[in-house]
Write a protein that binds this ligand. Structure first.
Ligand code: SF4
Ligand code: SF4
Length: 401
């Protein structure tokens, strides 16, 4: 591992031209230092990529961009002499969706051209993982390859997330759980705050050795699937996922300690989220910051948390202010991907039109994550909407504290 576990490197990368990405990716690794003492010739290295959508192409900024994956495969093979594996379980529960995600991201082509091996976690053997320290998820199954390789490199995408506000290094490891297993975690932790704790439970047991984030074009607004691509122009790397998420979330205008998943991981001692204690090398955070990066509507909670005690806030947002899914009919193509993906079985289409049973909906955003037509609207209660309007009015979403 690196000499300084809380070093985070930031390298500028203007676009996805492979040459440019290769230079930035290599620089981000070199800046970390000691990579050669971790990765040795002949080792099996797994790139745990971030595949949410099985049908949206790289231009939509939903999945890790193929240029970043190609650059990493080339570096690992030519400079470190490694055997490279590329794996994930995609966000959709439809049979064959992970294979389709490898196709749509052109990872299948990269594998063909370089000899890297694709691992579809949904088809991999599984291993049982027990976490005694967990808040919620005491046991779960992961794809076996994760524990049989020598080194795991996580390659997340920089995006907002309606449920967790921000998604990056920590959340990317949730994809270690194949297909239906993810559904069970959502059912165990049906509210935003509980889900953040559950994601940290999983992350604790499947931590990567290095994380390299694709922050060249991120996703702003209603991520992780229905937001808009937005240039950030960076590749960020670290041995410490929590530190990486603290830096990346800060670049796009969040206070890291207001992002529950980062806060909980930090409190559990899984990394450093204190920006003053993180050694940022390469570019400075302020030099690459995009403070007006649009936040998801859940940022209203950031606003409220300044004025309302934690215990009351948790109650309000877990009850009155949590979201339920509604359908924006004009955009709906009736593909029914959302129905297949709903862990709470709250969606149906008795007469062709998708309807949501609001009492059964647990506000998990799983339907929103897989709808490619921006036809899901996560509706907040009146109280939640009022906080959001106040937050927007006061410009709190764009303020770093
Ligand atoms: S809401 Fe989206 S995912 Fe669901 S059926 Fe309509 S288009 Fe498909
Ligand atoms: S309707 Fe959507 S948000 Fe509600 S439980 Fe189902 S997948 Fe989750």
């Amino acid at each position: 591992m690196g000499a300084n576990m809380s070093t985070v490197s930031i390298s500028c990368c203007e676009n996805y031209d492979l040459k440019e990405v290769a230079i930035a990716t290599k620089r981000s690794l070199d800046l970390l230092g000691n990579v050669g003492s971790l990765i040795k010739p002949g080792m099996k290295v797994l790139l745990k990529v971030n595949l949410l959508s099985a049908s949206l192409g790289p231009e939509r900024a939903v999945n890790t961009h193929p240029s970043v994956i190609r650059a990493l495969v080339d570096i690992l093979q030519s400079e470190y002499g490694c055997e490279v594996y590329i794996g994930d379980s995609c966000g959709s529960l439809r049979t064959g969706s992970t294979y389709q995600a490898f196709r749509v991201t052109q990872i299948d082509k990269i594998a063909e051209e370089t000899g890297a091996k694709i691992v579809n976690f949904d088809k991999d053997e599984t291993l049982d993982i027990i976490n005694e320290r967990s808040a919620f998820v005491k046991s779960f199954k992961i794809a076996k390859t994760i524990k049989t390789v020598d080194v795991i490199i996580s390659v997340p995408k920089l995006k907002t997330h309606g449920l967790t506000r921000y998604t990056g290094a920590i959340k990317n490891m949730f994809g270690a759980i194949p297909a239906n297993g993810k559904k069970n975690v959502h059912l165990l932790a049906p509210k935003a705050k509980l889900m953040a704790k559950a994601l940290v439970d999983v992350f604790e047991m499947v931590q990567p050795h290095i994380t390299i984030m694709d922050g060249v074009i991120g996703m702003e607004g209603n991520g992780p699937n229905a937001g808009d691509p937005r240039k950030v122009g960076v590749i960020i790397a670290s041995y410490d996922c929590v530190a990486l998420d603290a830096v990346a979330s800060s670049i796009i205008g969040f206070n890291p300690m207001m992002v529950p998943i980062i806060k909980y991981a930090y409190e559990r001692g899984l990394g450093t989220a204190d920006l003053n204690a993180i050694n940022v090398v390469g570019e400075k955070i302020d030099a690459v910051a995009v403070p007006d990066f649009k936040k998801p509507s859940s940022s209203a909670q950031d606003f409220a948390s300044k004025y309302i005690p934690d215990f009351l806030l948790a109650k309000m947002f877990d009850n009155s202010c949590s979201s339920v899914s509604t359908i924006y009919e004009q955009n709906c193509t009736r593909c029914y991907e959302c129905i297949r993906n709903c862990p709470a079985k709250a969606m149906s289409a008795p007469n062709g039109k998708v309807i949501v049973d609001e009492d059964a909906c647990i506000g998990c955003f799983c339907c929103d994550e897989v709808c490619n037509y921006k036809a899901i609207v996560m509706k907040r209660s009146l109280l939640g909407r009022t906080f959001l309007r106040m937050a927007e009015f006061l410009g709190v979403e764009r303020t770093k504290e």
